[in-house]
Write a new protein. Structure first.
Ligand code: ZN
Length: 502
C-alpha cells in the first residue's frame, strides 16, 4: 500500500510540475498579471455574444420526447421558432425554417444536472490520493486563492464542457463566493455562455460555522441579475444544511429563500457518523424545512424513515454517483430512494474530484449501481435513469413546466446524438443506446433556449482555445500562490476542525 501511495504521489508531483511548465508555455504572450487576472465580461465567448434564436426544422430523427403522452416517435420532426418548440411529429411543414437533417440521429431533451460546484472545474482533477491533497481540505486551500475571474473561468469551462456533452441545464452550486464580485463574475459567465442554470448562491471559504451565507447579497443578485437573464438563469441558495451548521442558521437561510421565492439545496447524509449522531433529515422535518422547494444532495447514508419524510414532503434528491463513490460517501442507495417514492435527479458535483461532467457516464454508472445492488439485471431500467437525467432533473430545479421533455410549448433545449458512430452502431434500442453506449463525442447538435450552441459536432458559440488557456493560466497562478503561502491541508483542518465544508 505504501509503495502504491508513494508511487502515486511521485507521479502526481511530476504531473503537476509538467503541467505547470506546459501551462506557463501556453500562457506565454498573455499579459494577464500572475496575481490578478483581468476581470472580464465575456472571455472565451465570441464578441457579439450568442447565436440568435431562429426558426429550425429538425427532420426525421428518432425522438425520445420523455413526455408521457407523446412517448417515442420513431421518425419525427421538431419545429423550433424563437426559442420554443412549436410542433413535434412526422412530416411537419415549416416554410422558411432552416432544415437540420437528423435521419440517423436520436433527438432527446438536453440533460439537466442538479448540483455542480462549477468554480472547481478550473481545478479539475486536483483532488489527490493522500490526506495532503484530499478533496475537502485541498479544495479549501485552492479556493481561498481563487479570484472572482478564476471562479468565472471555472464556470465557463464547465458550461462549454456541459454543452459539448448535451447537458443544457446546470445547478451551479456556488460555494466559493469570497465576495459579491465573485457572484457577479459567475453570473456574467452564465449570461455570456447561454446554457440554462439554477445559480445556487452559497457560502464562502471564509464563512464561519455560525454564520448564514450572505443573504443580503442573494436579494441583490435577484434584483440586479435576474432581469438580465431572460428567465434562462434562476436563483437559489446553497446552504450548508443542518449537518454542517446549526438548525437555527438553516432556519434563517430558508426563511430568506422562501421570502424571495427561490430554491434551496443542501448536502445531507454524507457519512454514517452524521446519520447516527444528528439525523439531519429529521431535524429539517421538525423545523418545517422540507418541501418541494428543496433539493437534498447525496443522502447516501440514510434510513427508510428519512426517505419517507423526503418523499412525503415532495423534497427532491440529487445523486452524484462518481463523487459519492470516489470520496467515500458510499454507494448511492438509488433503489431504496425510488422504492420510497422519492424524485431522484443526477449531478456532477465537482470536476476537482470526479474529473468530468459526462452525463452519459453518470447515467450508466447509476444504472449499474442499481442493478449491482439488487443484484438483478432488471432492477433499474435504462429509461428510468434517462428520466432522472431529464424530466426529473427539471422538476427538481422547479423548471419542469418549461424544459426536461420535448413537447409543443416548451423551450427548445435538446440534443441530437449520432447513431452511426462506431460505439453506437448498429441501431437497436435508442434508450439503451443513449444510456449504455453514447458519449459526449456522439453529440452532434445542442440547442439551448432555441439557440444552436453545438452544430455538426462543433461548439459554435465558444472560443475553446481561450477557455482552455484561461483554465491553465488560473491553475498555474493558483498553484504558485498556494506554494508561496505554504498553506497546507493540515493548516486548513486546524483552522476549522469541526467542519468539513462541502
Ligand atoms: Zn457538493
Amino acid at each position: 500500500m505504501c509503495l502504491l501511495c508513494n508511487s502515486l504521489s511521485l507521479s502526481r508531483r511530476k504531473f503537476i510540475s509538467a503541467s505547470a511548465m506546459f501551462g506557463a508555455a501556453a500562457a506565454t504572450g498573455l499579459k494577464a498579471s500572475a496575481q490578478t487576472p483581468p476581470a472580464s465580461t465575456s472571455e472565451g465567448a465570441p464578441a457579439g455574444a450568442l447565436p440568435t434564436r431562429g426558426e429550425y426544422l429538425v427532420r426525421n430523427a428518432f425522438i425520445l420526447t420523455m413526455d408521457s403522452t407523446l412517448g417515442d416517435i420513431p421518425r419525427g420532426d421538431i419545429h423550433v421558432r424563437n426559442g420554443a418548440i412549436v410542433a413535434i411529429g412526422p412530416d411537419l411543414v415549416a416554410p422558411g425554417a432552416e432544415v437540420i437533417d437528423a435521419k440517423s440521429m436520436i433527438a432527446l431533451p438536453g440533460f439537466i444536472e442538479t448540483h455542480w460546484h462549477m468554480w472547481g472545474t478550473a481545478a479539475r482533477n486536483m483532488a489527490g490520493d493522500d490526506e495532503s491533497t484530499g478533496y475537502f481540505p485541498y479544495s479549501r486551500v485552492l479556493g481561498a486563492v481563487f479570484t472572482a475571474e478564476d471562479n468565472a473561468r471555472g464556470v465557463r469551462l464547465g458550461i462549454a464542457e456541459a454543452v459539448n456533452g448535451g447537458l443544457t441545464t446546470v445547478n451551479n452550486w456556488s460555494h466559493n463566493l469570497l465576495g459579491p464580485e465573485y457572484a457577479d463574475a459567475e453570473l456574467q459567465a452564465h449570461k455570456d455562455f447561454g446554457a440554462r442554470a439554477l445559480f445556487s448562491y452559497g457560502y464562502s471559504r471564509k464563512t464561519g460555522q455560525n454564520q448564514t451565507l450572505p443573504l443580503d447579497d442573494v436579494a441583490r443578485v435577484q434584483k440586479e441579475w435576474l432581469p438580465q437573464l431572460e428567465g434562462r438563469v434562476t436563483l437559489g441558495i446553497a446552504s450548508r444544511g443542518p449537518e454542517n451548521n446549526t438548525i437555527d442558521i438553516c432556519q434563517k437561510e430558508w426563511d430568506t429563500a422562501r421570502k424571495l421565492g427561490v430554491r434551496v439545496t443542501c448536502h445531507m447524509g454524507t457519512s454514517q457518523k452524521v446519520l447516527d449522531l444528528r439525523h439531519g433529515v429529521q431535524a429539517l422535518s421538525k423545523a418545517g424545512l422540507l418541501g418541494s422547494d428543496l433539493v437534498i444532495v447525496h443522502n447516501t447514508n440514510t434510513t427508510r424513515e428519512d426517505l419517507d419524510l423526503i418523499a412525503k414532503s415532495q423534497s427532491y434528491l440529487s445523486l452524484s454517483p462518481f463523487t459519492e463513490m470516489r470520496t467515500g460517501f458510499g454507494y448511492p442507495p438509488i433503489l431504496q430512494m425510488l422504492a420510497a417514492g422519492c424524485n431522484v435527479s443526477l449531478s456532477v458535483d465537482t470536476a476537482l474530484l470526479c474529473g468530468n461532467c459526462d452525463m452519459f457516464a453518470i447515467m450508466k454508472a447509476m444504472q449499474n449501481v442499481g442493478d449491482g445492488a439488487k443484484p438483478s439485471e432488471f432492477a433499474l431500467p435504462a429509461r428510468r435513469v434517462l428520466e432522472m437525467a431529464t424530466i426529473d432533473g427539471a422538476r427538481a430545479l422547479g423548471i419542469g413546466d418549461s424544459v426536461g421533455s420535448l413537447k409543443p410549448g416548451k423551450r427548445a433545449d435538446f440534443m441530437l446524438v449520432r447513431t452511426r458512430d462506431l460505439n453506437m452502431a448498429p441501431f437497436t434500442d435508442p434508450v439503451h443506446m443513449i444510456v449504455q453506449s453514447a458519449q459526449p463525442s456522439n453529440v452532434d447538435t445542442v440547442f439551448v433556449d432555441g439557440r444552436p450552441l453545438k452544430r455538426a459536432g462543433k461548439l459554435v458559440a465558444y472560443n475553446v482555445d481561450k477557455i482552455v488557456d484561461d483554465a491553465n493560466d488560473t491553475m498555474d497562478r493558483v498553484r504558485a500562490e498556494v506554494a508561496r503561502q505554504n498553506r497546507t491541508a493540515a493548516d486548513v483542518e486546524k483552522e476549522m476542525p469541526a467542519q468539513r465544508q462541502r
